[in-house]
Design a protein around this ligand. Structure first.
Ligand code: ATP
Length: 235
């Protein structure tokens, strides 16, 4: 499981995360709701080993993630799908996916196996595999970004704002694929502003406000919470 205890992250004198404590149990989809600037990306960067915390702990299945070595975190099962997708638009879909096979880079058979596995999860990518990633629709590009993260065969997927810039129907399709990924055995921590879609697939959630966890509960509890409804569901 993912155990985050009293995690504190500073940028100079500015504290972006204040003693954040949260967990993701094996097999769960947990959503982290928060407005722009709440600290979601900071948390993900820290869990990926890209940002060193000033205090606290983060462990995945007992292994510390805060040593500041992103490749170590990937090798121990934690992969991030970053906000904004960050694909290489001129490279083919398949080449983008192969770049995610970081931990298998000296193992062509392993890479081929993972490629077949993610193509199975994302059938749309089979017919697009030789097309430049930049020629795909927004929703398809988001699927490439998720599939690329899965190429590292993570047991925990950190998914940062996958619905960004997508039409509601496409958001639904992307979230259905997240659910399929989860059903295939991957735990998911999902940062989102689109609370309605995210709570629809998540088991539990937390609300992050100005770097602090202000609320937590099951998806059903959050969906009916007045504060969540007015701040994130627009009702
Ligand atoms: P968004 O969805 O816009 O990315 P977020 O919830 O992911 O928002 P973060 O990007 O984690 O928020 O930012 C949290 C806070 O830390 C913000 O106030 C932001 O201005 C600040 N911040 C982020 N990166 C840095 C940095 N490199 N230096 C200084 N402050 C930063």
């Amino acid at each position: 499981m993912l155990e985050i205890q009293n995690l504190r992250v500073n940028y100079g004198t500015f504290t972006a995360l204040h003693d954040v404590t949260l967990s993701v149990n094996p097999g769960e989809i947990v959503v982290l709701l928060g407005a722009n600037g709440a600290g979601k990306s900071t948390l993900f960067r820290t869990l990926s080993g890209l940002q060193r915390p000033a205090g606290g702990a983060a462990r995945w299945n007992g292994t510390s993630l805060t040593g500041g070595r992103p490749e170590f975190n990937v090798a121990h099962g934690v992969a991030q799908c970053p906000e904004g997708r960050l694909l290489f638009p001129d490279l083919s879909v398949e080449k983008n996916l192969r770049l995610g096979a970081y931990v298998h880079r000296r193992d062509p058979a392993g890479t081929a196996r993972e490629l077949a596995r993610v193509m199975d999860l994302f059938p749309i990518l089979v017919e697009k595999r030789h097309d430049p990633a930049g020629s795909l629709s927004g929703g398809q590009q988001q699927m490439v970004a998720i599939a690329r993260a899965l190429m590292a065969r993570p047991s925990l997927l950190l998914l940062d704002e996958p619905s960004l810039g997508l039409a509601p129907l496409v958001v639904e399709q992307v979230f259905q694929t997240v659910q399929r990924v989860n059903e295939a055995g991957v735990s998911v921590l999902l940062a989102e502003q689109n609370a309605f879609a995210a709570l629809g697939i998540a088991h539990r959630g937390y609300v992050l406000e100005s770097g602090r966890i202000s609320l937590q509960g099951t998806s059903a509890e959050l969906m009916t919470d007045d504060r969540v409804r007015s701040a994130y569901l627009g009702v």
